[in-house]
Design a protein around this ligand. Structure first.
Ligand code: GLN
Length: 486
């Protein structure tokens, strides 16, 4: 193994060193896999050893032939909700514990075509339902900054993989905050793309009208490099937009001057932790100092309704999407020689965890005849109002600036028996899934030893401005350089 390998560097730095032949991708992947062995955070469901080494060999060929791109040879971890050929894909559920997909999802295919090396499938809340990663059939994940705290969810494993410096980049999915909230809790950067920007083909479905795949990384450049590869139309996902993908790094260096930044009052109300508020206030000051035009008069009065709206729409979509897990077509089945109905019912009772069952019941109720108009239809109408409110705000603003979460990471076990309290965690992230806009979370301070997340929200398909502002902020501060166990 090469002595030169430092795992604590950005993907773009690895890329440079790989191209200078300081080490090979095989050496880098070996070092990465070796390091995972002493890992006790439970961030991974599967480590893809031999497949990863094969991919690394191919990457080395490409580097030798001079056709490498920025992600060629780079080890990456992906949420175990993303279908991968040759590896089990569990969705964090017992019901899929042996499921081997016959195809790769589009985002994994695109990353592999770009030469990236998938080294692991990361732990998550079952079917991406949760905010703490405690709802995994494979056990909870621990926060690397404090092992008694949750890493956030549902993409907790992917956030920890980057925060713990196991890999420079990972992928998660965000239906209501599942990239941004764990990014905030773990002190890394995470981007939820605009709805329709990234293909969902091969991503195990939860709330289809809300979710997107997106990257975790430690700086704007690495996030931009991943987006450059995964974004864009996919004929296998009809919800992807036929809008061209810009050069995400083109505006790096333009700074913050002239950006019209709205600070919506609804994201700074009761329940916001004082350290989080203070850290975000400091960011606002810095933005202003750098020439951004701050507007504190912005009101988004309907946005707090995103919480009830989400908890009608997401469970409704989940109850339909999860109907396919009946023990006949996929994975786990519980057979006792009963009737078909009895066996399906047993399979679902034994195969799904508590939170998933709660969501299926909520969704089935909201969609049932007699309640549909009162709940589902009403939620869709309020969703339209929220979308309109966001659209209007972006007529006069380039970005919105908010905390990512009301508090920093909470304790393992602290909210597990109080679902409503758990759901409140997503208060600032959910509106963005309801509206479909893109948003990013990046570290902006600490409360004791725990990281605080800043959220920036942009116009639909304007990830470029999000990344410009992230690059500028990270050039002026070093929160994104802090690491656990320093
Ligand atoms: N925490 C939210 C939920 O439990 C969001 C999850 C997600 O984004 N996948 O549904």
């Amino acid at each position: 193994m090469s002595e030169n390998i430092k795992l604590n560097v950005f993907a773009h730095q690895h890329s440079k060193l790989l191209n200078e032949r300081a080490y090979s991708s095989v050496e880098l992947v070996e070092a990465t896999l070796h390091n995972l062995k002493d890992h006790d955070l439970n961030a991974y469901i599967t480590v893809t050893n031999s497949l990863a080494l094969k991919q690394a060999e191919l990457a080395d060929e490409r580097i030798k032939s001079g056709t490498a791109g920025p992600l060629t040879g780079i080890p990456i971890a992906v949420k175990d909700l993303l279908s991968t050929v040759g590896n089990i894909t569990t969705a964090g559920s017992k019901i899929l514990e042996d499921y081997r997909p016959l195809f790769d999802c589009t985002v994994v295919e695109r990353l592999q075509d770009a030469g990236a090396v998938i080294i692991a499938k990361t732990n998550l809340d079952e079917f991406a339902m949760g905010s703490s990663n405690e709802h995994s059939a494979f056990g909870p994940v621990k926060n690397p900054w404090n092992h008694q705290k949750v890493p956030g969810g549902s993409s907790g494993g992917s956030a920890v993989a980057v925060a713990n410096r196991d890999v420079p980049i990972s992928l998660g999915t965000d239906t209501g905050g599942s990239i941004r909230q764990p990014a905030a809790f773990c002190g890394v950067t995470g981007l939820k793309p605009t709805y329709g920007r990234v293909s969902r083909y091969g991503v195990i479905a939860f709330g289809s009208s809300l979710e997107q795949v997106g990257p975790f990384g430690r700086d704007a450049t690495d996030i931009a490099n991943v987006m450059q590869i995964i974004a864009g139309v996919d004929v296998r996902d009809s919800t992807t937009a036929k809008i061209s993908v810009p050069d995400y790094q083109e505006d790096f260096g333009k700074g913050l001057a002239g950006l019209r930044v709205g600070v919506p009052a609804q994201f700074f109300q009761d329940g916001l932790d004082k350290d989080v508020r203070l850290a975000v206030e400091n960011v606002i000051e810095l933005f202003e100092h750098e020439g951004a035009i701050i507007d504190r008069s912005l009101q988004l009065p309907t946005s707090p309704a995103s919480l009830p709206v989400y908890y009608i729409i997401a469970p409704s979509e989940a109850s339909a999407n999860l109907a396919r897990y009946d023990g006949v077509k996929y994975g786990f089945s519980f057979l006792e020689g009963g009737s078909v109905d009895e066996e399906m019912s047993l399979t679902r009772s034994m195969g799904f965890g508590q939170e998933v069952k709660r969501r299926i019941m909520l969704g089935t109720y909201a969609l049932s005849s007699g309640y549909y108009d009162a709940y589902y239809l009403k939620a869709q109408k309020v969703r339209t109002l929220i979308r309109q409110e966001f659209a209007k705000a972006f007529e006069t603003h380039d970005l919105l600036l908010t905390p990512t979460t009301p508090t920093v990471a909470f304790g393992l076990g602290e909210k597990i028996d109080d679902p409503y309290n758990m759901y409140l965690n997503d208060l600032y992230t959910l509106p963005v899934n309801i509206s479909g806009n893109p948003a990013i979370s990046m570290p902006c301070g600490f409360s004791d030893e725990l990281p605080i997340g800043l959220q920036l929200i942009a116009k639909p398909f304007d990830e470029k401005t999000l990344l410009r502002a992230t690059y500028a902020y990270q050039s002026l501060t070093d929160w994104h350089m802090k690491k656990p166990h320093d």
